[in-house]
Design a protein around this ligand. Structure first.
Ligand code: SF4
Ligand code: SF4
Length: 437
């Protein structure tokens, strides 16, 4: 075997592909297989392509680009797989290996340099984006942009996403986010809150409500200033070295506080934080620290459930009895963190709601990080299927647990012109029930 083939096997995690027995149980749960109908765009097909690279049967690696680029990374195939194929690890390594050999355009390289290396890891840059959004929405600029049709001319269909922008937090309010919030009543736990990059910039209101709910439930909440982006977007884009740098910064930052848990409210971020151990498997200096950090990482629904749920304001509920609600879970919360029961229990604990589960709820909505921006058409086909199921529930509220899913659901509601339907984060809906919204 040539040295190059050995190297390819290592880089593409060839050994892990041998766990696949080709049974095909993963095919019906794969959104790209279901909507595109091609074996190369199924988990089994992608694994086979990577396997063929390791066996020297594929030498032109560009053959892998389209099938791997169009994978959502939702990891529903991992949950369905009876033999425990580590698809996420295989995909991440293969993408990183492909990226190292790809001739990317200068524009792509520049965008990656700016956004992945400079913007997402910088809390001040993300805050500037938050300020910019507030100015855009509150100054009349947004109305003007709509009036003159400017949003229709934005590249990458960004005009469609612009319509989903949510209630911004003012720059003054943004700087008032406290570093420590004491528990209401008897303290049950001390937790550090993970703010995230996109959550902090675009959904800071939900972060503030999360902190309030945790305090109401009996947690002392600490917001660690030195924290940064979780690195999920980088890992999914095959930029593993950058995700390791960000993971190190987060581990070191949160080690400063002796807390019971590190709590997040974004399924995608939580999955990345809970897998920090995998990033440092070959790094004895960081592996133990990463495992300790990952063990403390919890989704907010787990902590609220542990604290006995949320205090419900019955007056609020009496005003809206029988509201029909459905739930679109985050793929990474379901398939990576394996958190499925707590969000549903919390939701169903709200008196007066009429909960209606969605068909294929565990199938990805097509958001997947920046997938819906870079693969807009494919993402919209997946979303349209999801919205058919959402409409079948006749729910007026779609609850989600991840910022990407929330934006995608809002986009789905816009596309379907569903005037009496709204999409909310679970935290917003619980805060409404607790009377703090
Ligand atoms: S991660 Fe999701 S989209 Fe990718 S192969 Fe698995 S099920 Fe299909
Ligand atoms: S379910 Fe697992 S073993 Fe079966 S084809 Fe899919 S990845 Fe391979």
């Amino acid at each position: 075997m040539s040295e190059t083939l050995e190297q390819l096997r290592e880089e593409f995690q060839y050994a892990k592909t041998n766990q696949c027995v080709q049974c095909g149980y993963c095919l019906p749960v794969c959104p790209t297989y279901v909507t595109m109908g091609k074996e190369t765009h199924s988990p089994r097909g992608r694994i086979n392509l990577i396997k063929m690279v390791g066996e020297g049967r594929i030498t032109d690696l560009s053959i892998l680009e389209n099938p791997l680029d169009l994978c959502l990374g939702c990891r529903a195939c991992e949950t369905a797989c009876p033999t425990g194929v580590e698809y996420g690890a295989i995909l991440e390594s293969a993408r990183a290996a492909l990226n190292r050999r790809r001739n990317e355009s200068e524009t792509t390289q520049m965008l990656k340099r700016i956004f992945l290396r400079k913007v997402f890891p910088s809390r001040s840059a993300m805050r500037m984006i938050g300020h910019g959004m507030w100015i855009y929405q509150k100054s009349g600029l947004q109305k003007w942009a709509h009036k003159v049709g400017l949003t229709d001319k934005l590249p990458y269909h960004l005009g469609a996403f612009e319509a989903t922008l949510s209630d911004p937090v003012s720059p003054k309010e943004r700087t008032m986010l406290p570093n420590r919030v004491p528990a209401k009543g008897t303290r049950q736990y001390t937790v550090a809150f993970f703010t995230g990059c996109i959550m902090d910039a675009m959904f800071q209101r939900i972060n503030r409500l999360s902190i309030q709910l945790l305090a109401e439930a009996g947690c002392d909440v600490i917001v660690v200033e030195e924290q940064t982006c979780c690195g999920a977007l980088h890992a999914h884009a095959g930029e593993v070295d950058q995700s390791k740098d960000l993971a190190k910064r987060n581990i070191a930052a949160f080690e400063q506080e002796p807390v019971d848990f590190v709590v997040n409210n974004a399924g995608g971020c939580g999955a990345m934080l809970s897998e920090y151990g995998h990033l440092f498997q070959n790094d004895p200096e960081w592996h133990d620290r990463a495992l300790k950090f990952a063990a403390k990482t919890k989704d907010i629904s787990q902590i609220l459930a542990l604290c006995g749920g949320i205090p419900v304001n019955r007056t609020t509920q009496q005003e809206a009895p029988g509201e029909r609600v459905t739930y679109q879970p985050s793929c990474h919360m379901t398939n990576v963190q394996k958190v499925t029961k707590e969000p549903l229990d919390l939701l169903k604990s709200i008196p007066g709601i009429d909960f209606q589960p969605m068909t294929e709820a565990n199938m990805c909505c097509g958001s997947a990080g920046i997938y819906n921006i870079v693969n807009y058409e494919e993402s919209m086909t997946i979303l349209d299927r999801k919205m058919e199921h959402a409409k079948d529930t006749k729910a007026s509220v779609i609850v989600t647990t991840n910022p990407g899913c929330l934006i995608q659901m809002k986009l789905g509601i816009e596309r379907e012109k569903l005037e009496n339907v709204r999409a909310v984060h679970l935290i917003e809906y619980l805060a409404e029930a607790a009377g703090i919204l």
